[in-house]
Design a protein around this ligand. Structure first.
Ligand code: FAD
Length: 433
């Protein structure tokens, strides 16, 4: 019977090497180069010099860009192994870049590998996989994110070129990207899910205008990493990615694994928050004892441990479901993981912050920053409400309405049926009394 919570020894060795490598060689980078965008700036000579030998080491150990499947020329680790790797990588914002799997480039590479022509692979995928350039994904619009039916950005044929017209909002890393993957409506006469297409758009294409570089939360206004972009440009025919009308099929390829990796990185982050919580609870003395001896603090630690274990198992099961290839089942699980990610982060980072008091709220611990990321995780890649709808629809598919007025578990008829089933024994019981 295959039911195992252990990792096979050869892969466990790789994970142990990664654990040490990330801790000793990569995590210190987060303390120096920690502005938004630093990780994606492939032109910075200082960070290039630091990460180049680290990337070489990762490549030597066959751990580079492991998200690319074997049929597409990658390692073919599968999602469970990738999830376990991402649990470690989540501890550092630099680690995914050093391992060649940072979002959104990992998802963009995946769809290029799947749908790109040989020429597109050579031009866009190869430098992306080599880590020489970064890319951006441009789907959300200023007036619409979670409802694509409201999308207005259009592309239409003019001679042997495509004309791309419209605005996109929150295209992450666009200002540093060499190219963008842009979703545009190409057929207005069919529902958007059949009428949108994907385009490969080099960022130096004439007619691309950055209206603003939008930042997150407390970042400087206008200095952020999320592009508000106006497109009014012409693209050669060969810049269409996949077929016309295929945008949503392509987008789906991109998001499944990515959400699991995000979630597992969150596991890595909240485990660290629990570590900090426990250390502080054992160290801080107040009202006659260390915090760890107070029941309310013990509750927080216990709840955090339980939530991490539950979430980790859900993420690993989701990865396993994806590996088995049942797409409908995978959709349900991926959505579940997506819903749970911000919740686990809010709860555990929030408790860790709280237990540290003013120090937790300060910028001298990483907890306030982590906690502030949680609500953002509930919006990226679609808001929680939308994913809940996906889960409910998938769950409901396995059910039918009850026959007649009463639910199938209504007790009175079931008791009658049970009495009939055991009539002989019941008669005996009464007879013996
Ligand atoms: C950090 C970050 C990075 C991002 N990077 C990218 C990127 O690289 N490329 C890109 O294209 N986009 C990107 N996005 C955009 C992201 O995909 C959208 O923000 C997301 O899809 C939600 O769209 P919206 O912001 O327009 O919110 P809306 O669609 O306006 O939703 C706002 C709120 O309305 C409610 N709501 C929406 N739909 C429903 C519903 N069906 N039922 C009930 N309530 C609902 C929810 O509370 C939701 O949070 C990024 C966003 C963030 C925060």
């Amino acid at each position: 019977m295959a039911w195992d919570f252990e990792t096979e020894p050869e892969f466990q060795e790789k994970l142990e090497w990664m654990d040490e490598f990330v801790r000793d060689e990569i995590e210190p980078m987060d303390l120096i180069w920690n502005h938004s965008g630093d990780v994606f700036d492939t032109k910075n000579p200082a960070t290039r010099a630091v990460i180049a030998p680290l990337q070489d080491e990762v490549k030597k150990r066959d751990l580079w860009a492991c998200h690319i499947g074997p049929h597409l020329g990658g390692k073919g680790f599968g999602q469970v192994k990738l999830a376990l790797m991402n649990e470690i990588l989540g501890r550092s914002s630099w680690a995914p870049r050093v391992f060649g799997c940072q979002a959104p480039d990992s998802g963009n590479a995946e769809i290029l590998a799947h749908y790109g022509t040989d020429d597109q692979k050579k031009r866009f995928l190869e430098p992306l996989l080599n880590g020489d350039i970064v890319s951006s994904y441009s789907m959300t619009e200023p007036q619409a994110g979670s409802d694509p039916k409201e999308f207005k950005c259009r592309a239409f044929k003019s001679g042997d070129e495509w004309v791309l017209e419209g605005e996109k909002w929150f295209s992450s890393n666009a200002r540093l990207a060499e190219f963008l993957i842009v979703m545009a409506v190409t057929d207005i006469d069919v529902p958007i899910h059949q009428g949108a297409s994907m385009f490969l758009v080099p960022t130096d294409t004439p007619g691309i205008e950055f209206i603003r570089h939008v930042g997150l939360g407390s970042e400087e206004l206008g200095e952020g990493m999320h592009g508000y972009i106006r497109y009014d440009c012409r693209l050669p025919e060969e810049n269409l990615l996949g077929g016309p009308g295929q945008a949503f099929t392509i987008a789906q390829t991109r998001l499944g694994g990515g959400r699991v990796h995000h979630a597992m990185r969150t596991v890595g982050q909240v485990k660290r928050a629990l570590d900090m919580m426990c250390e502080r609870a054992l160290s801080r003395h107040t009202q006659g004892s260390v915090l760890a001896q107070k029941q309310s603090i013990q509750n927080m630690i216990a709840d955090s441990f339980i939530e991490i274990e539950q979430f980790r198992l859900l993420v690993l099961k989701t990865a396993w479901v994806i590996d088995r290839g049942d797409k409908a089942e995978a959709r349900k699980y991926v959505a579940a993981v997506k819903v749970q990610t911000p919740k686990v982060m809010t709860d555990i980072a929030g408790r860790a912050l709280h237990i540290h008091g003013s120090l937790g709220a300060s910028n001298e611990m990483p907890l306030a920053k982590l906690w502030a990321q949680a609500p953002i995780m509930g919006i990226v890649d679609g808001p929680t409400e939308v994913h809940r709808v996906t889960i409910a629809k998938q769950v409901l598919k396995d059910y039918q309405p009850s026959d007649g007025l009463w639910p199938s578990m209504h007790l009175p008829p079931r008791v009658v049926a049970a009495r009939e089933k055991f009539a002989q024994h019941l008669e005996l019981e009464i007879g013996n009394q």
